[in-house]
Design a protein around this ligand. Structure first.
Ligand code: SAM
Length: 274
């Protein structure tokens, strides 16, 4: 005889299990809509995150240790991270703080002033770069829709006027916005680019960033390991995984840059324009 326990109820016959689970799940959903909704958000967050970013409780101990000895965040960054993780839908899109700190270190070390931030979300990466550039620095942050930035980023980042005013929003499909910058004669004028928007356009963003960067400029491509999926040929048929894998190959073979693919955050492909 089989006994299946689900919450505090028991099902005695194996053949009844599917029906039993459906009935109990529906009852829970009916009675606790809020809990179900919360569960769904948590589930999507975990699924999206895997264990690649340090702000996850389930982070690998080695990753947690390296992040503890890498991440430096200002009070504004801490506040924005907390607010995003607590209240934003698809909070797992939030940039890993260890990647942002590493990018800030690059910007500071070579005196970067003009930054491309492709994929704004709530503004964590734009804020990181705005804190790293000098007072006359500029961060152009691109998103198809800046609703999340306006809702979560603006109330927090605007507490520091000097930082806030360095951030310029460019709304719309980022490929078109970058093409417009190139058409406006801005090729070769940027110091640093962070690529973190839709994965299927990663190769386009990389090409346009190479064009827009000056010699010696640096590109960070976020999510380059895509929670490990790119390492498994069987999983490369999925659209985003395929796009990221092809981009990694492209950067590795690209004569226009020197590069290194790092196991930092969800994977950070770093390219230096020759
Ligand atoms: C992973 S999030 C960016 C996270 C952010 N960089 C951070 O550090 O928290 C990706 C963002 O890309 C935006 N996005 C998706 N497709 C886009 C497109 N075609 N053009 C511009 N932005 C796009 C999404 O709206 C989303 O806000």
């Amino acid at each position: 005889m089989y006994y299946y326990v689900f919450t505090n109820e028991v099902c005695k016959r194996r053949s009844d299990v599917p029906q039993f689970i459906t009935a109990v799940s529906q009852r829970i959903l009916r009675n606790s809509g809020k809990i179900a909704e919360q569960w769904s958000v948590e589930y999507q967050f975990q699924k999206c995150q895997s264990s690649t970013k340090s702000y996850q409780k389930s982070a690998d101990p080695v990753i947690a240790y390296t992040a503890e000895h890498t991440t430096v965040q200002s009070p504004l960054q801490i506040e924005l991270q907390k607010e995003t993780l607590a209240n934003a839908t698809h909070a797992g899109m939030l940039g890993a703080p260890e990647v942002l700190t590493f990018g800030q270190n690059f910007i500071r070390s070579f005196g970067g002033k003009r930054i491309l931030d492709i994929g704004t979300f709530t503004g964590a990466s734009a804020l990181a770069w705005a804190l790293a550039v000098p007072d006359d620095g500029e961060v152009f942050t691109f998103d198809i829709d800046h609703t999340n930035y306006r809702k979560f980023g603006v109330p927090i980042i605007s507490k520091c006027e000097t930082t806030f005013k360095k951030i310029h929003l460019v709304e719309g499909p980022a490929v078109e916005s970058l093409d417009k910058l190139i058409a406006d004669g801005q090729a070769g004028t940027f110091d640093f680019a962070f690529i973190d928007a839709d994965k299927t356009n990663y190769r386009n963003y990389y090409d346009k960033a190479v064009t827009l960067l000056r010699k010696g400029g640096v590109i960070f491509v976020d999510n380059s390991l895509w929670h490990g999926a790119v390492c498994d040929p069987a999983r490369r048929s999925e659209e985003s995984t395929k796009a990221i894998h092809e981009m990694n190959d492209k950067i590795y073979k690209d004569d226009r840059t020197y590069s290194a693919l790092l196991n930092l955050g969800d994977g950070t492909h770093v390219a230096f324009k020759k």
